[in-house]
Write a protein that binds this ligand. Sequence first.
Ligand code: NAP
Length: 257
Amino acid sequence: MKVGIIGSGVVAQALGAGFLKHGHEVALVARRERRLLERAEEIAAAGRPRPTVLSVDLERPGAVSLLAAELNARDLEPANVVNNAGFGLVGQAARLDRNEQLAMIDLNVRALTELSLSFVDSLARHRGGILNVASLAAFLPGPGMAVYYASKAYVLSFSEALHHELAPLGVRVTALCPGPVATEFQARAGLQRDNMRILALPADRVARIAYRAFMRGDRVVVAGIGNRIVAFLLRLMPHTLVLSLADQGGRSVPRKS
Ligand SMILES: NC(=O)c1ccc[n+]([C@@H]2O[C@H](COP(=O)([O-])OP(=O)(O)OC[C@H]3O[C@@H](n4cnc5c(N)ncnc54)[C@H](OP(=O)(O)O)[C@@H]3O)[C@@H](O)[C@H]2O)c1
């Protein structure tokens, strides 16, 4: 049986709702199993097929092989993969915990890459695809969240190239670039102030835009007109200006005047 693999955050839940509404069955993947089971129960109670729940820590080496084996054991073939799991950290890279920053790369970059590459044959058989959640952060360097912004630049670059490579197989690849969305992301990152609040969109709106773009086969989708304008302007601005506008946390060494 074919299935879509989806994470469990607020954005993923909204995306999952879109897939379910259009008749897809889904597998929910994250670490907190109880939350996944509750979500699966709500979906089943609403009359949709009960999602498969897979509690996996994607930061761990071997997690994607484990996930593939679990799907195989249940006779489930991925038709679509939504890579949503990810987190950010606010602070200067030289001062933040190094292991936590490397764990961010493990999740935002390594696990996303492995999940994107592991099921290509199955995705091609089902004429499905990969929806990778990048960010508006993918379009600029982000002092004060340096590793996070760099990880999202990777997601955008990788997804665009994969879009091109997998097109002949009939596999769609879309990079979703949302601006701010109110979720657990802000608390996990330690974001105190959100300078970009004006660009915020609700998760269900972002998910609707993303689902449509993914089904159309778009390479990149920036959610919302305000965010599209920002992404466009960022390409035209000198990097020195972009760096000071994006600065979340000041410098570690004061500049000499
Ligand atoms: N919210 C925003 O403003 C915003 C803007 C642009 C881009 N994004 C991107 O959107 C994506 C999701 O963010 P969100 O806003 O939906 O945040 P969220 O609500 O914090 O969701 C993140 C999800 O990832 C799961 N996760 C975290 N670590 C994991 C791990 N090691 N293994 C497996 N699953 C893990 C979490 O579940 P468990 O903790 O149970 O594992 C959670 O369900 C991220 O890639 C983020 O970069 C968010």
